[in-house]
Design a protein around this ligand. Structure first.
Ligand SMILES: C[S@@+](CC[C@H](N)C(=O)[O-])C[C@H]1O[C@@H](n2cnc3c(N)ncnc32)[C@H](O)[C@@H]1O
Length: 423
């Protein structure tokens, strides 16, 4: 018999202590348990700061490190009692049994007492939790450059489960009707009550792919690439490669990870984009020898991924400012090397799914100061659609934030800059 509460606690422990993305651990969960574990783990990750404070309010001293798994079992149980509709007695019984089986008897008794108090004080605890920011201090550090109101709104957007966004090759209106989806200003279809991805109509026909609305904007910002030679430097799993192919570009897609590139190939095959050329190689190595010159280069750079916390709330707890600083150094090296593969007059599109300005605004300001052979080409509403929130900054770059498109439930945080090589 499976034990989904124990599996969830073990996975939460692995995510937080080994800094592993939840997506890379999902295969450890049985198909039967996946819906429950998915819901429980995501609830814990979204509300971890409040859950930790609530638990510590019931303890006279910290649970010793050797009993960390018991602590995660307790945190998950509190999440279930407060935010999921499971029967309270089942949560308490199972959690106490799991803790007794994995730890000592004393902790089992303590867990029983704590969880009974949580049930008794449920309403007060829910009110208390609402007042606690879901952003840990280490993440607030990443948000340097945003004001207090922006940080508060970013915090609010952590809690909500985002809808499913898909990019369609063409005829978005037809699929929108079949799927009961909204069409967003850039053409993305947004499904609010989506079934499993494979069950969304026309999956097998390869007419659409999953892509957060913000992730679709970099390629839209590139403008008309039909018939152009485009180098997609960090391409896997290929959401943007697919967009380039759909726009009729002649695409060369690279990625350092052979495994991720294989996923890209499978994705392109499902979508009927078999002409794309692929190579598993470090982009820096490729750019050093630069065997070809391209009309456009897309550098969707490796980054801290801190802009994706709506879909991957673990980044709130496993990423810190040091990660952003390290990624910024790699981004700088990649940006510096791009001109080796870019024709004079060609377009360099830089994007990151990071909310951290070191990897976005600051990175590009430094780059342009040192590279006067480039100029910014302002991104316009014609490229990315007209939004209520002003996605386009004064200098023509784009910054999306998770609470934009409010009534339509947000978008990931991206920074996007379009540049032209002029010398
Ligand atoms: C942000 S993801 C790219 C997402 C992709 N552009 C899309 O739209 O689906 C970054 C990718 O960069 C790859 N990567 C990291 N370092 C790299 C390097 N030095 N050279 C090439 N690819 C790299 C990673 O394997 C990862 O697949």
């Amino acid at each position: 018999m499976t034990n989904p509460r124990l599996s969830s606690a073990k996975i939460i422990q692995k995510i937080l202590e080994e800094k592993i993305f939840f997506g890379d651990l999902k295969q450890q969960i049985s198909e039967k348990d996946l819906p429950f574990c998915n819901m429980l783990i995501l609830t814990v990750l979204r509300r971890l700061t409040a859950l930790r404070q609530i638990l510590s309010g019931f303890l006279s001293k910290k649970i010793p490190n050797k009993h960390r798994l018991a602590e995660y079992l307790l945190i998950a149980a509190i999440a279930e009692i407060l935010y999921m509709q499971t029967a309270e007695y089942a949560v308490i019984n199972e959690t106490v049994k799991n803790i007794r089986n994995t730890n000592d008897k004393f902790l089992g008794g303590l867990a029983n007492a704590v969880l009974r108090k949580v049930c008794a004080q449920k309403n007060e605890l829910l009110q208390k939790a609402e007042k606690i920011s879901p952003l840990p201090d280490s993440f607030v550090e990443i948000l340097a450059g945003y004001d207090a109101a922006q940080i508060r709104q970013i915090g609010v957007s952590v809690i909500e489960q985002p809808p499913l966004d898909i990019t369609v090759k063409s005829n978005a209106a037809v699929l929108a009707q079949k799927t009961d989806a909204d069409i967003l200003p850039n053409g993305t279809l947004r499904l609010y009550n989506a079934p499993k991805v494979q069950q969304v109509p026309e999956y097998d026909d390869g007419v659409w792919w999953v892509q957060d609305v913000a992730a679709s904007l970099p390629v839209l910002a590139m403008g008309d690439v039909a018939g152009k030679k485009v180098l997609d430097l960090c391409a896997a799993p290929g959401g943007k490669t697919a967009q380039l192919c759909a726009k009729g570009a002649d695409v060369t897609a690279l990625d350092i990870s052979a495994q991720r590139l294989e996923t890209l190939r499978q994705n392109m095959h499902r979508l009927g984009f078999d002409k794309v050329k692929t190579q598993a190689i470090d982009a820096l190595e490729y750019l050093r020898s630069a065997p070809e010159q391209f009309d456009a280069v897309l550098l969707d750079a490796p980054c801290s991924a801190t802009g994706t916390f709506r879909r991957h709330p673990e980044v709130l707890h496993i990423k810190n400012i040091q990660d952003a600083v390290e990624q910024a150094m790699l981004q700088k090296e990649l940006l510096d090397a791009c001109e080796n593969a870019l024709k004079l007059g060609g377009i360099l599109l830089y994007s990151v799914c990071s909310v951290c300005q070191i990897e976005g605004e600051q990175q590009i300001a430094d780059f342009l100061r040192k590279h006067q052979n480039y100029k910014i080409v302002p991104i316009t509403a014609d490229d990315i659609g007209t939004w209520n929130d002003s996605l386009i900054s004064e200098n023509g770059t784009v910054r999306t934030l998770p609470y934009y498109a409010g009534a339509q439930k947000g978008m990931d945080s991206f920074f996007i800059c379009k540049m032209q090589r002029i010398i």
